[in-house]
Ligand binder design. Structure first.
Ligand code: NAD
Length: 485
């Protein structure tokens, strides 16, 4: 392989690469071949301490800079990321297996968007003035301190940036732990931030499995934890953070409904369902994996969906023509294969796909089940792979009730030409990130996050500022103090 995927060292702390080979080895496997392409080591307690000490030491000085100065550094990082989009995308493809056709369009670019957007906002973060007769209150928007970011493996560059950008804009420092499945990309994000002028210690990356994440969460120097991961991990991290009353953002899993009415534009609805189920080989938290299709359009929908899926170009993710890549790991592939077996066993109709491809790497076929019922496991649990469940429905009320009958609440989508119905239905769906006649758009300007078990807090947009800062209110009395005695 000509591309050098081995990082200079496992961790990036206090503005420099740091190694400690006594930590647990973490081999990095290229999902398209199953071969090892790099090796990093999990952070030892000494490395974790080094990262937190650096973040703690540097934060106050960073917070004392003006927002405009902080923002300038973030915007410079955004420019560097865009200039290096090709290299960063090739690395993201090696880390995750996602096709270059995707990574060149959405990964480093959405990371750069976050640095640009929050860099732009940094200078305008203010408190307010509240006049109370001759007295007054002013509020100061203050950073939280040291923030910990913990990432999932599906969007390693994006997650490192979506957490880092608002945290840094608000004057916090960060220690970021990527997923052990995809440890490479966050190191590049750290490198670029320092090249852009970030002071040492403000954005640090340490590697490790769950236990490294757990030690970061419980360290008393940490004020806030932002996790992107599964619901079971979210419960553990939220509970550990609560024990010390830390702030949290929880971006967790989903089993989101996509409701397609008879009057929808068929091509657009099929396109939305494809985007909401097969992008990144289905490894997207907000995917609309329960596709409720009104009975009148069902067969036409399935026919067109199958036709379009048959044109998917599955293969070498580095080939620009490939638009469907492997699963991130053998383990995740087997989890998904297991769900496919359960779907067949429970009597769902396999319309297309369902098999592993006979080639190196962790490739599955895009898979569609029809005649799925609400009680089936494939309609209830997050599969996190390319498996779409199509469920029939008759009335609007029925679709809403059934769509909401889940513990998750990350996303929801509606396809219909009747815009009053679209708004009426979306208003009743219990989800944080919703779509009308579209699916899975995630612009940095819009809040992103879930309700119910899918999470707490919001990433992106001005809303993220509230999750990385807090208000101090200061009462100022202009006259004498009147005390009762
Ligand atoms: P995961 O929960 O297994 O791991 C997520 C991260 O948490 C990893 O870095 C892991 O090392 C760490 N971790 C595990 N146990 C921990 C503990 N006890 N304390 C601290 N950290 C711990 O999730 P995954 O398999 O990497 O990712 C897939 C999941 O992430 C899916 O459920 C998906 O829906 C979700 N996800 C959500 C979003 C979102 O924005 N809502 C985005 C992407 C992925």
């Amino acid at each position: 392989m000509s591309y050098d995927t081995q990082p200079k060292a496992s961790h990036f702390i206090d503005g420099a690469y740091v190694e400690d080979t006594s930590g647990t080895p973490i081999p990095v496997i290229y999902p398209a071949t199953g071969k090892q392409i790099a090796l990093v080591h999990a952070a030892t307690p000494a490395i974790i301490d080094q990262a937190l000490a650096a973040a703690h030491r540097a934060q106050k000085q960073w917070a004392a800079m003006s927002g405009t100065e902080r923002g300038r550094i973030l915007r410079r990082a955004a420019d560097i990321m865009r200039e290096r989009n090709h290299d960063l995308s090739v690395l993201e493809t090696h880390d995750t297996g996602k096709p270059y056709q995707e990574t060149i369009a959405v990964d480093a670019t959405s990371g750069a968007d976050a640095f640009e957007y929050f860099g732009g906002l940094a200078g305008s973060l203010t408190g307010e003035h509240i006049q109370l007769g001759e007295n007054w209150v002013y509020t100061r928007r203050e950073p939280l301190g040291v923030c910990v970011g913990i990432g999932a493996w599906n969007y390693p560059t994006q997650i490192a940036c979506w957490k880092g950008a608002p945290a840094l804009a608000c004057g916090n420092s960060m220690v970021f732990k990527p997923s052990e499945m995809t440890p490479l990309c966050a190191l590049k994000v750290a490198e670029i931030l320092y090249e852009a002028g970030l002071p040492a210690g403000i954005y640090n990356v340490v590697q490790g499995l769950g236990e490294v994440g757990a030690s970061l969460v419980t360290d008393p120097r940490v004020a806030k934890v932002s996790l992107t991961g599964s619901v079971p991990t979210g419960k553990k991290v939220y509970a550990a953070a609560a024990a010390q009353m830390k702030h949290v953002t929880m971006e967790l899993g989903g089993k989101s409904p996509l409701v397609i009415f008879d009057d929808a534009d068929l091509e657009n609805a099929v396109g939305g369902a494809i985007l909401g189920n097969f992008y990144s080989s289905g490894q997207v938290c907000s995917n609309g994996t329960r596709v409720f299709v009104q009975r009148g359009i069902k067969e036409a929908f399935l026919k067109r969906l199958t036709e379009r899926l048959s044109t998917a170009v599955i293969g070498d993710p580095l080939d620009e023509a490939t638009n469907f890549g492997p699963m991130v790991s053998e383990k995740q592939m087997n989890i998904v294969l297991d769900y496919i077996k359960k779907g067949e066993k429970e009597g769902a109709r396999l319309v297309t796909g369902g098999k592993r491809l006979d080639r190196d790497g962790f490739y599955l076929q895009p898979t569609v089940f029809a005649d799925v019922t609400d009680d089936m496991i494939i309609a209830r649990e997050e599969i996190f792979g390319p498996v779409m469940a199509v469920l029939d429905f008759d009335t609007e009320e029925e679709a809403i009730t059934r769509a909401n009958a889940t513990e998750f609440g990350l996303s929801a989508g509606v396809f219909t030409r009747d815009l009053s119905r679209a708004h009426r239905v979306i208003a009743q769906l219990e989800a944080g990130s919703c779509f009308i006649n579209s699916y899975n758009d995630a612009p940095v300007e819009a809040p992103f996050g879930g309700t119910k078990m899918s999470g707490v807090g919001r990433e992106n947009s001005k809303a993220a500022i509230n999750h990385y800062s807090e208000l101090k209110s200061v009462f100022v009395r202009m006259g004498d103090v009147e005390a009762p005695f």
